[in-house]
Design a protein around this ligand. Structure first.
Ligand code: FAD
Ligand code: SF4
Ligand code: SF4
Length: 661
């Protein structure tokens, strides 16, 4: 372990130059904290202070009923800092140490557990602009990156050298540092294991010990994984990478029930030794069929086995022959495998999706799935499951169900039901995958030894407790610890248990409330832009590919930002002229549509939103013109064109019309 004083970074890193940032019309700085930050001599960082921009950082991917969030927490940060170098990060931490202001690290904001959401103001430290690949060593098969690099961008750079990732989340648009700090279980985890097995070293900037470099040999190394921003800010990571496989083929087999599918998955894990293996329940498959032009996959529970070598292909052939199984055609197997990067596509059928993510022993999964399925029927839910096999005895299980997030009561009830189902799984021996805010009721199930060790390390790395406070160890919020009481494991745990135990009495009440919400509170017809905003998964996949965002650095120009603008307008919030004018900074390039998780048709939504904003604030044609010229000549834009992401390549965008490019 090496450590450096606060104020000195170990790795010299490049930072974004002024020429690559478009200076949109200034917004007056709001609040004392941003001004204090600016005066403190902050290096290599952009400070966002307007309410419109800070509002975007008051949430992550999760859809929690807004009223609940606002009652319990104060989720809007007082300032947002987009760091562009480790020096900038250290400057923010030094400021926090002096003032006691909290710092909430954030990557792409794609996690659904509330880990990057402030509970009581403070500074959100947006790491997604620290997005440089520092170096790739082809011979050693390693890559060193700034923590804000998105997995997809890293994989693209690796591909140029014939290399690829060992593992990544299916949210390939999330950041390396974000995944280090949360989950770590994703694609290829069956063969490559948890992310921590594939990271060789990392640097973490801490308020108490400066920049600390940890390698696999250090005892504290593994504590950083899943630490959810409690210890410090991960600034750079060195990963093991591998050559692109010469041949690969996913195989798809269907089963009449989940028990036989999971048995086969376990047999295949031993006999075939594939790169990855996962299960999808019949309802999940039926949604995939719904998205195809015709139902093509044989109905049933699916096992997908992803293989990269010839002996494993042969072993798979033998396994299905000896079990007298029929395999689905290769094109369907490839379709399902490729859809792994779009797990939220089906969300728009809700519109809205809720669920739970747990880690459990392989042996307990059949019973957990059966129990959740039975209880879900009683709770008016239709659950679908996904299971990713891990090395050893464990597996990651995801359970989702559709909901309508436009119906506040129904949505609140369904969110509560997901807590009940998590409790059910936890009582059967599972543990929550991540904690954040929304799984805090189950934080007592986290490995005890690990939590104690993390707490001990926190007293060294973060002696003043400024890192992401009010989470993980003890939840607090707008009213201090009182806000967190509701989710305290000692309180919420027994409440959930009692509701489950008294289900003959409690479930009919939930059922009647659900019926009432569905029948009486069905949302009236929603305007087009709000309907689209409800269908949006808020995942952030559209942010990193948006040339406007890469030029301006303000998320309000992105699809996710515009969704939140539409929601704010619907809630009656005032949108300032500067905010509106940022919304017009759009190339109409459709890169956002190409990567959209919910497969939304976004351009008509932009047209409608812009039309409504233009009626209030007019449109600054000159600024739009200046922006288009700037963006078109930027290296970031060229890189997007090279990657085939920009399909509606803009020629020229004038003002006043329908936003035609
Ligand atoms: C479509 C979709 C698919 C997904 N698939 C997977 C999957 O396969 N596996 C999986 O595990 N998860 C998955 N997720 C959840 C989520 O995308 C991942 O956990 C992701 O890695 C989070 O990264 P992020 O950059 O978005 O972090 P954020 O959501 O911004 O932050 C997550 C947590 O990490 C902390 N943090 C972020 N950056 C840093 C940093 N640099 N230093 C210190 N702390 C930091 C934050 O404070 C917060 O507590 C998926 C989500 C979506 C929407
Ligand atoms: S069309 Fe292009 S510039 Fe506009 S929001 Fe989508 S990705 Fe960004
Ligand atoms: S517009 Fe699409 S990609 Fe962007 S946040 Fe919404 S669902 Fe995700």
């Amino acid at each position: 372990m090496e450590s450096a004083d606060v104020g000195r970074a170990i790795s010299p890193e490049p930072s974004r130059s002024a020429q690559t940032t478009f200076s949109a019309k200034e917004e007056p700085p709001e609040g004392l904290l941003p001004q204090g930050l600016l005066k403190s001599g902050l290096r290599h960082a952009r400070v966002a202070s307007s309410l419109g921009e800070r509002m975007l950082y008051s949430r992550d991917q999760s859809e929690i009923p807004n009223f609940l969030k606002q009652i319990l927490f104060d989720p809007t940060p007082e300032a947002v800092v987009q760091a562009e170098s480790a020096e900038g990060v250290l400057d923010v931490l030094r400021f926090a140490l002096q003032t006691g202001i909290s710092v909430i690290p954030r990557g792409a904001g794609s996690s659904p557990f509330g880990g990057s959401m402030p509970v009581r103001g403070g500074i959100v430290l947006d790491m997604s602009r620290m997005d440089k690949v520092i170096g790739i060593d082809k011979a050693a098969r390693t890559a060193t990156v700034q923590a804000g690099v998105r997995w997809a961008d890293l994989d693209h750079e690796l591909g140029k050298k014939g290399l690829t990732l060992m593992t990544c989340p299916s949210s390939k648009f999330s950041t390396v540092g974000g995944w280090v700090s949360t989950g770590g279980i994703g694609l290829n985890s069956f063969s490559r294991g948890h992310l921590m097995r594939n990271v060789l070293s990392l640097e973490i900037a801490t308020p108490g010990s400066g920049v600390v470099r940890l390698t696999q040999a250090d005892k504290d190394f593994q504590l950083v994984f899943g630490s959810e921003g409690q210890l410090g800010v991960v600034t750079s990571v060195t990963l093991q990478v591998r050559p692109v496989p010469e041949r690969s083929r996913p195989r798809l087999v269907m089963f009449p029930d989940h028990a036989s599918a999971l048995s086969f998955a376990e047999d295949a894990a031993v006999a075939v030794k594939p790169v990855h293996i996962f299960f999808e329940s019949a309802l999940r498959v039926s949604y995939t069929n719904k998205m195809l032009d015709a139902p093509r996959i044989t109905p049933g529970d699916a096992v997908i086995v992803y293989i990269e070598d010839e002996p494993s292909q042969k072993a798979f052939d033998e396994l299905i022959a000896s079990n007298h199984l029929k395999e689905e055609p290769e094109y369907l197997a490839r379709y399902v495998w490729n859809e792994r990067f779009f797990p939220m596509k089906i969300r728009r059928f809700g519109p809205g999706m809720l669920g739970l993510e747990i880690v459990a022993s392989k042996g307990s999964l059949r019973d957990i799935i059966s129990s959740i399925s039975t209880r879900s029927v009683e709770l008016d839910l239709a659950p679908m499951f996904e299971v990713h096999m891990l090395p050893g005895d464990e597996a990651l299980m995801l359970c989702f169900f559709m909901t309508d997030q436009g119906n506040t009561l129904l949505f609140t009830l369904d969110a509560f039901k997901s807590l009940l189902l998590t409790r059910l799984a936890v009582d059967m021996g599972a543990r929550p995958y991540s904690v954040g805010i929304w799984n805090h009721a189950f934080s007592d199930v986290a490995e005890k030894g690990r939590k104690d060790a993390m707490h001990k390390l926190k007293t060294v790395y973060d002696p003043r407790g400024v890192m992401n406070p009010g989470k993980y160890f003890r939840l607090s919020g707008r009213f201090g610890p009182v806000s967190g009481l509701m989710m305290e494991p000692k309180l919420m745990g027994p409440v959930l248990k009692a509701i489950l135990r008294l289900s003959p009495l409690t479930f009919p009440i939930l059922h009647r409330a659900t019926e009432f919400a569905r029948e009486r509170l069905e949302p009236k017809s929603r305007p087009m832009d709000l309907r689209v905003a409800d269908e949006c998964a808020m995942c952030g996949a559209c942010v990193g590919v948006c040339p406007a965002y890469l030029a301006v650095g303000d998320e309000r120009v992105t699809a996710r930002g515009k969704m939140l603008t539409a929601k704010a307008m619907a809630a009656g919030d005032r949108i300032t002229k500067e905010h509106a004018h940022r919304t017009f900074l759009c190339m109409r390039c459709k890169a956002c549509e190409q990567v959209c998780q919910s497969k939304l048709e976004l351009i008509p939504f932009y047209e409608e939103l812009e039309r409504r904003l233009e009626q209030i604030h007019g449109r600054d044609a000159q600024e739009i013109e200046r922006f288009v010229r700037f963006s078109e000549s930027s290296p970031e834009y060229d890189a997007l064109v090279e990657r085939g992401l920009v399909i509606g390549a803009p020629k020229h965008r004038g003002g006043g019309g329908q936003g035609a490019v």
